[in-house]
Every structure is written in structure tokens, then in C-alpha cells.
Design a protein around this ligand. Sequence first.
Ligand SMILES: *[C@@H]1O[C@H](CO)[C@@H](O)[C@H](O)[C@H]1NC(C)=O
Ligand SMILES: *[C@@H]1O[C@H](CO)[C@@H](O)[C@H](O)[C@H]1NC(C)=O
Ligand SMILES: *[C@@H]1O[C@H](CO)[C@@H](O)[C@H](O)[C@H]1NC(C)=O
Ligand SMILES: *[C@@H]1O[C@H](CO)[C@@H](O)[C@H](O)[C@H]1NC(C)=O
Length: 447
Amino acid sequence: MLRYLLSLLCFSFIVPFLKSTSAAGDVITCSGTVPMRYRSDKISITDFGGVGDGNTLNTQAFRAAIYRIQHLRRRGGTLLYIPPGVYLTESFNLTSHMTLYLARDAVIRATRDTWNWPLIDPLPSYGRGRELPGGRYMSFIHGDGIHDVIITGENGTIDGQGDVWWNMWRQRTLQYTRPNLIEFMNSKDIIISNVIFRNSPFWNIHPVYSSNIVIRYVTILAPGDSPNTDGIDPDSSSNVCIEDSYIATGDDMVAVKSGWDEYGIAYGRPSSNITIRRVTGSSPFAGIAIGSETSGGVENVLAENINLYKMGVGIHIKTNIGRGGFIRNITVSDVYMENARKGIKIAGDVGDHPDDNFNPNALPVVKGITIKNVWGVQVQQSGSIQGLKNSPFTEICLSNINLRGVLVPGTTPWKCSDVSGAAFEVSPWPCSELISKSGTGSCSVPF
Ligand SMILES: *[C@@H]1O[C@H](CO)[C@@H](O)[C@H](O)[C@H]1NC(C)=O
Ligand SMILES: *[C@@H]1O[C@H](CO)[C@@H](O)[C@H](O)[C@H]1NC(C)=O
Ligand SMILES: *[C@@H]1O[C@H](CO)[C@@H](O)[C@H](O)[C@H]1NC(C)=O
Ligand SMILES: *[C@@H]1O[C@H](CO)[C@@H](O)[C@H](O)[C@H]1NC(C)=O
């Protein structure tokens, strides 16, 4: 009976929600469209003993509910409803054919007890934990080898209580690499929408070796001084759509990656076909980033309609010697930035190495980067493009760019080396390495 009432309750919430998303039909499709699925089978965490008082540990309730979804499979999958309240829990795994639905004022909160947090193997494309050698702590919400999963609701919150982890990082007492807030590995057909992510221990949303991922209408928040709290890091993943979101964290807002040095080269899985659009936010590091771990290659990325406030670097494409791989066919357009240290940075000397076995001859290839329609105010330095002597960056196209601000005395607005390409209507005018295309209308014609 209770279950029935609950289903009705959920139903009344979901119908208007579905209507509002399907109405947002886009003319130009985002990479990785995944249809929103309606699920008639619904269960609530409270059916499994869940208590949303902020104190009770709900690990068993989450595991039991997800076990039920996995083993008593219903046609069309199952929706797990999280009612208003604060549900404290240890990390847990999702399963296929499920929707995790957070009601308005529902909070899924990570325990602060980090001592028995589960460990998992390092990612093969990284060879070790990103921060420390060996394994890594499992993400708070984890999915491995799953498909048809939706995390949504009425803007409920997934709270990582990251400060306990940030403090361990600051005090150098971490034993292994901190957990992501949510990670999907080897997964496909995933939608994350209408959820707030708060205080991740490490990166917030990490799709890796995955495809067909849609992330929209999300809010991602962490303090500006929280270490490595990247917003969304698509990693060795393809067909990813990130749109209509707000991200203000302590590290890159969105960073596209594909593995680390010799491990990433050996694994050889690129990130490709990624759309990032209508994203707004703030970060002491980058707004839109590619890298620095790009050893499996990154291609076909389109980022557009991006608004950045109080930034380190607006657009940052970064790699290093030893990374190998490629970064090609990247377009960033229609960016507004206000108050940034640097507008645009493309660099071949960023990031550390997993160990001393990286190959210094494994040089990345950076080719075909178009950055256009960028307007910036209070930008201290317009940009720098510094390629590698033995692997110059080529086909770099800057057009219709205006980045203004008070230059730090003794510096120049642009700095370039080992780069070729063209510029059209860029102010301040960039370095002589880029050919002026004034009068041709655009620099995206063949070089
Ligand atoms: C969760 O998934 C991880 C990685 O796939 C696995 O090692 C772990 O045993 C799973 N935990 C539970 C409780 O199922
Ligand atoms: C949830 O947040 C998104 C993004 O901020 C917003 O567009 C949407 O209207 C909100 N939905 C509800 C039900 O409040
Ligand atoms: C990326 O998109 C291109 C062009 O639409 C397509 O040919 C290619 O198969 C896609 N790549 C992947 C990995 O899905
Ligand atoms: C380059 O990337 C865009 C997405 O930004 C894609 O539409 C296009 O097909 C790609 N071009 C090639 C040659 O793959």
C-alpha cells in the first residue's frame, strides 16, 4: 500500500519533469544523445530501511535497494526514489537499468569515516593512482560496466564532505588517491541531470572508458581552494554531451583527458566527439581544458557558449613531453570571460609524470585548434601558445578575439613559440608566428 502511494507520488513529480526536458529540443544535436527513459517500477530507499536523519548510516539500504534492482529485474528498469532528508552512506555501486531520483531537498551524503573506504585498482591508462602510487579509493557513487543509468530528480544534492579528504591532502596523510564523487567506468547510455554536486573529495564527475554520456542541468560546487576538485573530466570516453550547467570549483571546470604517459599510450583509448555548451562558472584554474593527461589522444571537441567569471585561465590546452597522443580538431567558440589571469593558453610543458619510465621521445601532436568569438574583460594576459621544439603546434586558428585588461608591467599580451597557424581580428594582436588573415573573413580556411 505504502509502495503504491509512493509510486503515485513519484509519478506526479516525474511527469512535469519529463515534459520540461523533452521540450528543450535542440536544433544542433549534442554528441552522445541518450533518450530519457520512463520507469514504471519504483522503489524508495525508505522501503529498504533508509533513514534521512543525517546520522543513520544508510549503506545497507543503498546496497539492498540496488541489489533488488539488479537481481529482480523489471521491464524498463527501476527508479530508486530518495525522499527529502539527508541520507548518510558509505560508497556504493550503481547497476544497469536504474534511475537514481533525488527529490527536492534530498541529500545523499558521504560518510566522513575514511578509514574503511574501499580501494580499487588503478586505471590501466594511468598505471597508478593519479595522486599516489598503487590503487585508489573507489568513487563515492560508482558504476563499472553498466548501461542505461539515469541520475536525476528535483535538484537534490550529492555531497562528498570533501573537506576531510582535502585536509588529508594538505597534511600529506593520504595513503592512496582520493575518491571521485561519481565515476562511470566501461559504461554507456548514462544521463546525469538536475542534480547538485557538492564538495567532492577529488574530481566530481569522471566518465572513463565510457560512451554516450549526457550531463545537463547540473550544478557543481566546491570551495575555490579545494584541491583537485575538477568539475567534469571525460576521460578516454566518446560521445559525451555536457550542457546547461554551472560549475564553480577549486580546479578545472571541464577537462577532457585520455590517460597518462606510457600507460595512456599503451592503453590507447582516445576521448572523442565531445560537446560542451552553455556552461557557466568560475575556477582558479581553467574553464575549458584539454589535458594535461592526453596520451590516448583527444579529438573532435566542440565547446561553445561558455561564460567564465573570476578565472585562472579561460581556455587551457595542455600536454607535456612523454605524453605522446594527439590533440586535434578542437573548436572553442563564443566564450565570455571576466576577470582572468590569462585568456588562452596552449602549452606543451604542463603536468607531472607517473614515474621515471615515461618516454621523453613520446611527443604529443597538437594540430587543428580553432578558437573564435572570445570576448574578455579584466584579462591580465591575453594568452600564450608554446609548442614543443621537436613537435610544433600546427593549424592553430584564432579569430574574432578581444581580450582586454591591465597587463602586468614587464609582460607582453601574447607569448608564442614553436607554433604555426593564423589569426583574424584578434586584439591585442597575437605573435608574429601566426599569419595575419585580415581581409579573408576567417582563418579556418586551409593554411
Ligand atoms: C563495487 O564495485 C567495485 C568495482 O567494480 C568492486 O570492487 C566492489 O566489490 C563493489 N562493491 C560492492 C559492495 O558491490
Ligand atoms: C534544477 O536546476 C536546473 C539548473 O540550474 C534548473 O534549470 C531547473 O529549473 C531546476 N529544476 C527544479 C525542479 O528546480
Ligand atoms: C565520432 O563522430 C564521427 C563523426 O560523426 C563518427 O564517424 C565516429 O564514429 C565517432 N566516434 C566514435 C568513437 O563514436
Ligand atoms: C571535427 O570536430 C567536429 C566537432 O567539433 C565534428 O563535427 C567534425 O566532424 C570533426 N571533423 C573531422 C574531420 O572529424
